[in-house]
Design a protein around this ligand. Structure first.
Ligand code: G
Ligand code: MN
Length: 251
């Protein structure tokens, strides 16, 4: 952990961090509609560091805005290439942490990147976890509403994992609900309760005018299963693993 913390500063400076992209498909057409940007760090001695460890190290050392601004900028720089391959309406999902959202210069930093890279807010889906949405303070809420006014789209990430409070669904204008992959894990057990819950989440999201993404589609059986469900998009290792931007050409 201390090696991660120590190495992060130079990893950012020396360009050791990479963004991988995992594509998202529209269910009814199987068309690629966007991708989620995922952080990767091949550490010289520790090997591949899980993104959550990188993020928590950055939060601990006060480097979260540097790290996430790097991610945001890199994703915006990569976007034109993806649009060329998949069309003008292609969007890119960027995960934002609560700690970064609270920083006073968050909006200004993002605006500066948009100006530099000529990306537009409508190109970008901001992914926030339930834990961030549940615990927002006034300042973070104001920031989210400002971003909304700028034209960003919002997704709830990993929905359904451990937070019983749903009141944030009323507080924020959210566009997309991503059902956590744990809901697809158990389909083999043919647990009827699990299926009921999944369907209820989809209905909840649709009633709140959100689009639904099924996360973590890993097997053909899971893909068959979600085809029966009313979800709108899907994402997962079966159809696309996260890949380096160079490998996008292979599609
Ligand atoms: O929390 P979030 O959904 O943003 O996390 C994305 C993470 O999930 C990434 O690290 C990505 O590699 C991983 N992931 C993406 N698709 C799958 C999948 O189909 N199965 C599993 N187990 N992990 C996945
Ligand atoms: Mn995500």
């Amino acid at each position: 952990r201390s090696m991660i913390i120590q190495g992060l500063e130079s990893a950012i400076e020396q360009n050791q961090l990479k963004l991988f992209y995992q594509t998202l498909f529209k269910k009814h057409s199987n068309k690629t509609v966007g991708a989620e940007a995922l952080l990767r760090w091949q550490h010289p001695t520790l090997g591949n560091i899980p993104p959550l460890d990188i993020i928590s190290a950055a939060e601990e050392t006060g480097r979260i805005s540097v790290l996430e601004n790097w991610i945001f900028r890199q994703a915006c720089l990569d976007l034109p290439k993806m649009k060329k391959l998949f069309g003008e309406t292609f969007t890119i999902g960027i995960n934002i942490s609560g700690a970064h959202l609270s920083q006073a210069n968050f909006i200004d930093d993002i605006k500066a990147v948009l100006t530099e890279t000529h990306c537009q807010p409508k190109d970008i889906v901001i992914e926030l976890t339930e834990s961030v949405l549940v615990s927002t303070i006034k300042q973070q809420q104001d920031t989210l509403h400002t971003m909304r006014d700028l034209g960003f789209t919002f997704a709830i990430d990993d929905f359904g994992t451990g937070y019983s409070s749903l009141s944030y669904l009323q507080r924020f204008p959210l566009d997309i609900l991503k059902i956590d992959r744990s809901f697809l894990k158990q389909i083999h057990s043919a647990d009827p309760q699990q299926a009921t819950l999944t369907k209820a989440i989809i209905a909840l999201g649709h009633n709140l005018d959100m689009k639904i993404v099924a996360e973590g589609v890993e097997t053909p059986a899971q893909l068959d299963y979600i085809r029966e469900l009313a979800c709108d998009y899907y994402q997962g290792y079966l159809c696309s693993e996260p890949v380096n931007i160079q490998n996008f050409n292979a599609y």
